[in-house]
Write a protein that binds this ligand. Structure first.
Ligand code: GYE
Length: 339
């Protein structure tokens, strides 16, 4: 019984995958031709994405899809809609389908040991991208490429040290703190943890800074708005918003403006990602510092996947290039962001 179900679901999976692939390679191709393409040329990569929670994420997905199409790599794409259980299911279906390589963005750090062991048993190499994982045996995945979230958090803290460099004296005289709100990303995700940790590390030893509110807005604009409504109600003396992504920042700005609070002036804002809307806000003075997190990793990801499929080893850890944009920069020099 179980065996039959498994066979049926495998057949179903192959059919679904072929439909997806047919979309990627363009419509109109002959059925027969399509399966030949899969068998004879190109590799098959299973790509498990976590969702479409932000502009950053959709740009990241597009980057991987475009790079795969350019290299003739067949991409079996799955959107987990923010659920780890969906991601684990997707990885299992990639294993059943015997893709050549698995690429995945782990929504949270924990809980991957079993499914990665299954991938290893099936002889399928795994590339982790964007977010990091914690597994008992790190050799369960071949390597990581993505963002250095600890550094991003540190850069946010360093910006504040500079921005408020003259405030220390006031604090020493009056005991008046610089009150910070932190809009936290998805709980348990490596990027939110790194952004929180790097930030605190830099501000440790500077007691004038005080985090008075920190809550997860799940990297969503709508939740950034909701949290801002809440913290603006609770506190009337917020000096800084440190936001783990632009989406939440843009939501918070909306809530501030509705209440007549001037973003970037009444409250200093530091945000991470650097989507075009955040750069526009920086130009308008509504945001004071934008820390870039680069989503355009597709070409590098596909190159690494091809190397893995060829049986080569890849670097264990690769961070992508990222910049910081300050309000004091010549902002006319920033190229259009493309997302
Ligand atoms: O900053 C945020 C997104 O994991 C680095 O996830 C990524 C983060 C990014 O949705 O906008």
């Amino acid at each position: 019984m179980f065996h039959n179900n498994k066979q049926i679901s495998k057949q179903l999976l192959i059919i679904i995958s072929l439909i997806i692939i047919s979309f990627l390679v363009g419509c109109g191709a002959q059925e027969e031709k399509r399966s030949q393409t899969i068998d004879d040329e190109g590799i098959i990569v299973g790509f498990s994405q976590i969702g479409a929670e932000s502009a950053w994420r959709t740009c990241n997905t597009r980057s991987v899809q475009e790079a795969a199409a350019e290299r003739g790599v067949q991409l079996v794409y799955d959107n987990a809609e923010q659920k780890q259980e969906n991601q684990i299911k997707a990885l299992r279906s990639f294993i059943a389908y015997q893709v050549d390589v698995i690429v995945f963005v782990p929504i949270v750090t924990d809980g991957w040991d079993n499914v990665l062991q299954e991938a290893r048993d099936a002889g399928i190499p795994v590339l982790v991208t964007d977010r990091k994982i914690d597994v008992a045996d790190p050799s369960l995945y071949a390597g990581f490429i993505g963002t250095d979230s600890l550094k991003e958090g540190r850069n946010a803290g360093l910006f504040l040290l500079d921005k408020f460099k003259n405030e220390r004296e006031r604090f020493e005289k009056t005991g008046d703190h610089i009150n910070i709100v932190e809009l936290f990303g998805t709980e348990g995700s490596s990027v939110a943890l790194g952004r929180a940790e790097g930030f605190r590390e830099v501000l440790a030893g500077h007691p004038e800074f005080q985090i008075v509110y920190s809550k997860s807005g799940d990297f969503l604009r709508s939740k950034g708005y909701e949290l801002a409504v809440e913290f603006l109600e609770m506190h009337n003396d917020i000096d800084v918003i440190y936001s783990h992504n632009d989406g939440m920042t843009l939501g918070a700005i909306e809530a501030m403006e509705e209440r007549g609070i001037i973003p970037g002036t009444d409250i200093v804002i530091v945000t991470i990602d650097a989507q075009q809307a955040a750069i526009d806000a920086l130009r308008e003075g509504k945001v004071n510092c934008v820390i870039e997190c680069n989503p355009k990793t597709g070409p590098e990801i596909i190159k690494l996947a091809e190397r893995l499929a060829a049986g080569e080893s890849i670097p264990r850890l690769q961070y992508v290039h990222e910049e910081v944009f300050y309000e004091t920069d010549d902002l006319s020099l920033i190229e259009p962001r493309g997302y």
